[in-house]
Design a protein around this ligand. Structure first.
Ligand SMILES: Nc1nc2c(c(=O)[nH]1)N[C@H]1C(S)=C(S)[C@@H](COP(=O)(O)O)O[C@H]1N2
Ligand SMILES: [Mo]
Length: 538
């Protein structure tokens, strides 16, 4: 028997701590905290259920999260994307869930000790929710109804549970077996809390199902027949795909296309309601319906989109075939006035991007896209209409769910991310990426296939070089170039000797410029530097 077990000095110390801990966990404070959490679940669940009949973006979690995103400083956005990638929204919801749970615990305890103070706290939180709901773009005052009703339902639930709790007198000091020991009322409290929580769960699930059933946007999208383009995309030449297995497919399937946006709940737009307003510094205000787009002479072209938040070596880039109307044609009708140098595009949910006017008028075929890889745009990629502008990062050009184009001047207006510390302009930087081998891969000695992709939209890629350790730079083999606005893949057969090695890669673009080795963070206008991949050859 270890000596410590019969050390009498330890017992008196250990038992009070254990007892205190047990009392805390089983005591009224913890139960009050639990009541708070259950009441918060009721707030959210009732709002979710009613929310099925209102704008989806108006339920408390979505509205609070969206408001949080809008106040996210650029370093935090950058950190979130760097850490969680396209899972940044999941991370946000987890963070919000924890915060709400902690606040709810506090609220429960406060309400138990002093009911009036608890009521004030709950009403204050309700007011915060309502404020974040009604300030969302495209959300009306009526959309506050689910949150208001939810808040009062939560308050009722809290009162109900705290009544149960206050039934527990002379507790927990009463010894077991003592009739004063309120084991049954304690059980009753947990039963009440459990039933309330289960009802909240049902309401939330019901709200989800009801919301999905009431939304027929997905069916409308599936039923939509895209017209054939007046000008088809140039045929993709053979040999665009790097022969190295594991390199990203040259055309990114829609399901694998990276998604970056501030929308916590994907906007649902009925094409019958969709209208694009072109206004501002124009001779002629133009309004376009979806039918106008279907009837117009559409073009089709492959364009590689890239996100400014993409770190060196990252995968926030994708290549797709887009179908749409050249923005040039839209602007021709609107006739921009002299002095205008920017188009501020705005989405239905209040995101905006500043794009140089001349970029939308030149021959790079910037478009209002309605199709992506022979399908209507997926909901999360901007259904029914988005902008696609070759050569610019998405944050200054690729507005999804676009509904408004204001012709203006950089000096007069700013866009969503510009107001949060990012650049007002965002030409895409020349970048080469290694897809194979992966960083920290172990490969057998001998011939090792190295491959990846590179992009410099509107300039094109003319050379990709790799450097192993400190050896000379050598040219990789370029895959066929499809166009200047799509990425270009590459491959290299590396004669690998055993040991650890670093493989660096850099591209040269069509203007003759070699990709800079100057490291820059994504903020404010895109990451730069050379990717370096560590590989162990065995
Ligand atoms: N409405 C809206 N459009 C948006 C954004 C957004 O947050 N909201 N994000 C932009 C950014 S930063 C990028 S990189 C591209 C990404 O487009 P994708 O999600 O289709 O890949 O969309 C752009 N369009
Ligand atoms: Mo982006």
């Amino acid at each position: 028997m270890p000596a410590s077990c019969n050390n009498p000095g330890l017992r008196p110390l250990r038992i009070p701590i254990m007892k205190k801990l047990r009392n805390l966990i089983q005591g009224p404070t913890a139960m009050a905290a639990l009541a708070g959490v259950v009441a918060a679940a009721v707030v959210l669940a009732v709002a979710e259920l009613l929310g099925a009949f209102f704008t989806a973006r108006a339920t408390p979690l979505i509205a609070l999260g969206s408001t949080f995103i809008d106040f996210t400083p650029s370093w935090l956005k950058d950190f979130a994307i760097a850490t969680f990638g396209t899972n940044d929204k999941v991370a946000l919801f987890v963070g919000m869930g924890v915060t709400i749970a902690v606040l709810a615990c506090v609220m429960g305890v406060v309400a138990y000790r002093k009911w009036a103070l608890g009521v004030l706290g709950v009403l204050f939180m309700g007011a915060v929710i309502v404020a974040s709901v009604v300030t969302r773009a495209g959300v009306g005052a009526i959309d506050a109804v689910p949150s208001v009703v939810g808040t009062f339902a939560g308050l009722l639930a809290l009162r109900f549970l705290i009544n149960r709790l206050q039934g527990l007198k002379a507790w927990p000091e009463a010894p077991a077996g003592d009739p004063a020991r309120p084991a049954t009322s304690r059980r009753r409290f947990f039963a009440a809390a459990g039933i309330t929580a289960a009802a909240a769960g049902l309401a939330a699930t019901g709200g989800r199902l009801l919301g999905a059933a009431r939304s027929n946007i997905l069916q409308a999208r599936d039923a939509l027949q895209l017209p054939s383009p007046a000008k088809a995309a140039p045929a993709v030449p053979a040999g665009v795909q790097s022969p190295v297995p594991g390199v990203a497919p040259w055309v990114t399937p829609n399901d694998d296309f990276y998604r970056i946006d501030t929308a916590l709940s994907v906007p649902e737009i009925d094409v019958a309601d969709w209208e694009l307003r072109v206004h501002g510094m124009v001779e002629e205000e133009v309004r376009l319906t979806f039918q106008d787009l279907l009837d117009a002479d559409l073009i089709e072209s492959h364009v590689t989109l890239t996100c400014v938040s993409n770190p060196v070596g990252g995968n926030l880039a994708g290549n797709a075939k887009w179908l749409g109307l050249p923005l040039r044609e839209v602007l021709k009708r609107a006739k921009p006035k002299d002095g205008a140098d920017m188009v501020l595009s705005t989405s239905v949910d209040g995101f905006s991007a500043s794009t140089p006017l001349e970029v939308l008028q030149d021959d790079r075929d910037a478009m209002l896209a309605i199709g992506m890889n022979d399908e209507p745009l997926p909901l999360e990629h901007g259904y029914p209409v988005r902008m696609v502008v070759p050569g610019l990062y998405g944050f200054v050009s690729a507005t999804k769910w676009v509904v408004d184009l204001e012709v203006t001047r950089f000096a007069d207006s700013t866009a969503y991310w510009t107001d949060r510390g990012w650049s007002e302009r965002g030409p895409i930087k020349t970048m080469a990426r290694v897809d194979v081998p992966k960083s920290f891969a172990k490969v057998p000695a001998g011939k090792v296939a190295v491959g990846g992709t590179a992009w410099a939209q509107t300039r094109g890629i003319t050379k990709v070089e790799i450097q192993v350790d400190n050896e000379d730079w050598v040219e990789a083999e370029l895959s066929t170039e499809a166009s200047l606005v799509t990425w270009r893949q590459w491959s290299y057969q590396w004669d690998a000797a055993p040991g650890p090695h670093y493989i660096k890669v850099r591209a040269t673009d069509g203007s003759g410029e070699v990709q800079t080795d100057q490291r820059a963070d994504p903020v404010p206008d895109g990451a730069s530097g050379w990717q370096s991949v560590m590989v162990t050859v065995e």
